[in-house]
Ligand binder design. Sequence first.
Ligand SMILES: NC(=O)c1ccc[n+]([C@@H]2O[C@H](COP(=O)([O-])OP(=O)(O)OC[C@H]3O[C@@H](n4cnc5c(N)ncnc54)[C@H](OP(=O)(O)O)[C@@H]3O)[C@@H](O)[C@H]2O)c1
Ligand SMILES: *[C@@H]1O[C@H](CO)[C@@H](O)[C@H](O)[C@H]1NC(C)=O
Ligand SMILES: *[C@@H]1O[C@H](CO)[C@@H](O)[C@H](O)[C@H]1NC(C)=O
Length: 326
Amino acid sequence: MEWLDVIYSPLWIASTALLGLVVRLQRRGRWDPLSCPTQLKGKTAIVTGANSGIGKFIAMDFARRGARVLLACRSVSRGSEAAKEIHAKTGNSDVHVRQVDLSSLDSVRDFAEKIQKEEKALHILVNNAAVSGLPRQITKDGFDASFAANHLGPFLLTNLLIDLMKSSAPARIVTVSSGNHKNGQVDFSHFQGENLTYCMDRVYNHTKLHNIICTNEFARRLQGTGHLKFGVSANSVHPGIVMTGMMRHYALWLRCIFTLIGLFFFKSAEEGAVSAIYCAVSEEAEGITGKYFDSDCSLVLPAPLARDTALAVKDFEICERLTSKL
Ligand SMILES: NC(=O)c1ccc[n+]([C@@H]2O[C@H](COP(=O)([O-])OP(=O)(O)OC[C@H]3O[C@@H](n4cnc5c(N)ncnc54)[C@H](OP(=O)(O)O)[C@@H]3O)[C@@H](O)[C@H]2O)c1
Ligand SMILES: *[C@@H]1O[C@H](CO)[C@@H](O)[C@H](O)[C@H]1NC(C)=O
Ligand SMILES: *[C@@H]1O[C@H](CO)[C@@H](O)[C@H](O)[C@H]1NC(C)=O
């Protein structure tokens, strides 16, 4: 039999579908946001990249719990569409769009300044926005565009909002990283687009490693701010392999293959939002900081590089210097 016949055979399709169903069913029964009683009335949350994919469902959950939710989006029109949908589905009208392009330091500064001026408090910050598969592009700040959007922008944003979060404590910072960080490497010349190979998700993998490294260093620096239960925590999560627009910069044939496989095996964006929601609102995650959660909400160890404290101190200082105004 030709291999094509095998792939097209009804038996093959049926068994693949069955396997997919089993995988899907196994995912059920884990922590369920709908049975988590946490209410967020009177609390303010920011979710970056909340107009699509995982970010939209994270924002939807916070809105359902009664929070004031700020959708930090690069496009106001795409953000407004999402805000409208969230309002319609949750009945919460305290959902607003704030424009930010995370790949531009000036844009991040303008955004943070506006938040500091307009908001009395900030209890949850979810650094969710990211890109993958971008070709080589250098931003006006002189950074590789993927590093700027996925790491340096969110790093600066967190740094600029941290005082507001401290004064609003208890507060939680959640960074949506990825299991892909395990294949990432640290080379500080990457930030400026040097020594980078632009091959599929290689650059993305590096940025997701830096996400965890710096989130852990934020956690260490925040640990002095009182009993953690009443302080600011900072953790990273892996959402799982999720069907979203994340692959929009990939070749069409790759997207087709992934969509086909994804129909059976990937999580939906709503399922992908669960680990970040767990980290942001669950009672179970209260007081936990500097940790990495897997897509099923369990605590797991990230790659060794992500646990190297000396490296984290260095990474943090370099990011601080690169994103400072001077
Ligand atoms: N999908 C997966 O399998 C998977 C696996 C592991 C981790 N993750 C992580 O999950 C997070 C969410 O991704 P997703 O899968 O939901 O992808 P997505 O649907 O592509 O969403 C990404 C969001 O980030 C926004 N964004 C990108 N660049 C931005 C910039 N420069 N400034 C502001 N916003 C920007 C996008 O806005 P636009 O609509 O304007 O482009 C979009 O709203 C990411 O951190 C990703 O690394 C995803
Ligand atoms: C990025 O990480 C993923 C998942 O860990 C891996 O499959 C992929 O090969 C890595 N990409 C590159 C180019 O190293
Ligand atoms: C990065 O590239 C520069 C030259 O552009 C080189 O001097 C340096 O050693 C490289 N760094 C690494 C870690 O390969």
